[in-house]
Design a protein around this ligand. Structure first.
Ligand code: HPA
Length: 272
């Protein structure tokens, strides 16, 4: 079966389970599942029951699609995402975004936990992503292009929608919520970076670094969706102490900052 046919099959299956049409897609990052609490849930579908969907394996990622209402909009949430480091192909990592597009989703909101390189950032800070650098070893659009899914050579001059960024900043200001505006570097992991790597990532223009987001954003843009993305800074790669970084620390910091991000996303979706 071609990728296009798989997408159609999966979308048809999901359509048979839901009563409304999602307008906004949301991908929840590590420890940020709390946003689900803000949603009036209509339907939940476990990944394991969805044809052509990979199954999530990593700790702290629930693994279901959640459909419901947030800020007056019909939303479709991924609780648990597929990371390249888990061994999935780029096609698998980005497949749910293709399905969102097929279901009629126009706007994708992505959240993630990320390491901070910008020395002005503190653990728990929110960063609105305005651009990215793709350091993944494989590209999600590599291979024969299906024109029904998008163009061969995708423009990436505005990967993150400027109007949504401006709106989010306005909302943050009104809420007296501190937000940064930064560049996200996506790489495969699963190791956290060495001190030299964090330093280098900062020198090449990164403010935050993580192991997700970039593939999904590329595919969303390929499908013509508008994207908004934000990071929670869960650890700092550049600081004076001889710090180490653990997955537990990342999840803990993400959980602590989740309500801030949830509030921002809920208001942003309401304003769309
Ligand atoms: N590096 C890469 N990915 C991450 C980090 C980090 O420091 N923190 C959370 N995800």
């Amino acid at each position: 079966m071609t990728l296009f046919d798989k997408i159609q099959e999966t979308a048809a299956f999901i359509l048979s389970k839901i009563n409304t049409q999602p307008q906004v897609g949301i991908i929840l990052g590590s420890g940020l599942g709390g946003l689900i609490d803000a949603v009036t849930i209509e339907t939940e579908i476990a990944y394991g029951t969805i044809p052509n969907f990979p199954v999530s394996t990593v700790e702290g990622h629930a693994g279901k699609l959640v459909f419901g209402k947030l800020g007056g909009k019909e939303v479709m949430m991924m609780a648990g995402r597929f990371h390249y480091y888990e061994g999935y192909t780029m096609e698998e990592v980005t497949f749910p975004v293709r399905v969102m597009k097929a279901l009629g989703v126009q706007t994708l909101v992505v959240s993630n936990a990320a390491g901070g390189m910008n020395t002005a950032y503190k653990v728990g800070d929110l960063v609105i992503i305005h651009d990215h650098i793709n350091l993944f070893p494989e590209h999600p659009l590599r291979g024969k292009n299906d024109a029904r899914l998008g163009v061969r050579f995708q423009d990436m001059s505005e990967p993150y929608d400027l109007a949504l960024i401006a709106k989010a900043k306005e909302i943050a200001k009104a809420k007296d919520l501190k937000v940064h505006d930064g560049v996200y570097i996506g790489l495969q992991g699963p190791t956290f970076e060495t001190r030299a790597e964090y330093k280098w990532l900062h020198i090449i223009g990164g403010d935050v670094v993580g192991m997700s987001t970039v593939p999904e954003v590329i595919v969303a843009r390929h499908g013509g969706m508008n994207v908004f993305a934000a990071s929670v800074v869960t650890d700092l790669g550049i600081r004076d102490e001889l710090n180490t970084i653990s997955h537990e620390e990342v999840l803990e910091a993400a959980n602590a900052a989740a309500p801030k991000l949830a509030g921002l996303v809920a208001d942003l979706v309401a304003a769309m």
